[in-house]
Design a binder for this molecule. Structure first.
Ligand code: SF4
Length: 365
């Protein structure tokens, strides 16, 4: 094994690497130690802190490692954090935790000036590449590029917008590191939630209370800026829009087409840019600047042309027409659905008022 792979301090920065779990195995750390040994209490507390940092800050702090005991604590806190999120079993928490670990590792990786790290990561994630440091260029195999970039939505990552050389995709070093972040996310999220026996979850229940409270707080904050607080009438939104908004709120990765559909829909019914941006805040790869640019573009502030939301036929073509109901049978466009439902609601309200007035009149007579 190459030397850089086994430096314990280095492994603490990337605890999801194969060499890190080998280190834990070789050190003889068992599941029982992790769950109940008094000597692992600090590791358990650090594991809990990892999850709380993920919820609060969407990243994980990387402490300075100065002793072998700290290495053991840091490296064993990672599997413990995975056990905790698995026992809680909340889909949003799992995605947020995985993304936070990947982001923290990405920050370290991006700041690492050594060239070895590029080779190390390509070896770790089995990415075929050629690195030309003097030209700040990495060529990666076409299949590896596709494997790790499907969830990156920025246009510049689309294959048609990339340069190719000898059948390989050209990237800068920074772009390669971004691809590695996706590979890290996949690795961390892999197998989560773990199948943890009930008695183990029960044994570590004491570490979960604070996490659940933090999660609840975070959900409330998101609720304040999310779907429920939209100035318009979210109850009248078509099922397709409700599904996409629900996924965004839960931090599920939403396709580019679905984002375009929901942004143009909300822009067409008059939501402000800030209201629309707030809806994206829970996305795994939220980047305020980029989101603002895209929202401004779709809303027409940048171009003077406001995009109309896609029709039902287009929504169906791209698999974004979900959960249809009776009103859907009568419309060809999500905006028509919305207007129709608003009208139906207003009509029902009026009928109710008339009936109430009639009853009061009858009672007087
Ligand atoms: S039929 Fe149209 S409005 Fe209804 S869910 Fe599908 S796309 Fe949305």
């Amino acid at each position: 094994m190459t030397e850089w792979h086994t430096d314990p301090g280095h492994l603490c920065l990337y605890p999801f690497m194969a060499a890190a779990s080998e280190y834990v195995d070789t050190a003889g750390i068992t599941l029982d130690d992790l769950i109940s040994a008094a000597s692992f209490e600090r590791a358990r507390l650090r594991g809990k802190a990892r999850v709380i940092e993920a919820i609060k800050d969407a990243t994980i702090r990387k402490p300075a490692i100065i002793s072998p005991a700290q290495v053991d604590m840091e490296l064993s806190s990672y599997p413990f954090a995975r056990i905790l999120v698995s026992c809680i079993g909340d889909g949003y928490l799992i995605r947020r935790y995985a993304l936070s670990e990947a982001k923290a590792a990405h920050e370290r990786l991006a700041g690492d000036a050594s060239l070895d790290i590029i080779y190390e990561m390509s070896e770790e994630f089995d990415i075929q590449m050629e690195f030309f440091p003097h030209e700040d260029q990495v060529l990666i195999a076409f299949s590896d590029y596709l494997r790790f970039t499907t969830n990156i939505r920025d246009k510049r990552w689309r294959l048609v917008n990339r340069g190719m050389e000898r059948g390989k995709v050209k990237l800068s070093k920074d772009e390669f590191v971004r691809v590695v972040q996706e590979a890290m996310y996949d690795r961390i999220k892999q197998d989560l939630p773990l199948e943890v026996p009930k008695q183990i979850c029960k044994a570590i229940d004491g570490y979960m209370g604070d996490i659940k409270r933090e999660l609840e707080e975070n959900r409330k904050k998101l609720g304040d800026v999310g779907f429920e607080s939209l100035a318009k009438d979210p109850d009248s939104f078509p099922p397709c829009v409700k599904t996409i908004l629900g996924n965004l709120k839960e931090g599920v990765n939403v396709t580019h087409g679905a984002r375009f559909a929901v942004t143009s829909f909300l822009s067409n019914i008059g939501l402000t840019e800030d209201e629309i941006i707030a809806i994206y805040k829970n996305s795994p790869d939220f980047d305020e600047e980029r989101t603002r640019y895209q929202v401004e573009h779709i809303g027409g502030d940048k171009t003077g042309i406001r995009y109309t939301a896609p029709s039902c036929a287009t929504m169906r073509t791209y698999g974004n027409c979900t959960g249809t109901d009776d009103i859907c049978d009568k419309v060809a466009h999500p905006l028509t659905y919305y207007k129709r439902k608003l009208k139906l609601k207003a009509k029902k309200k009026k009928e109710k008022t008339v009936t109430k007035g009639q009853v009061e009149q009858d009672e007087k007579v």
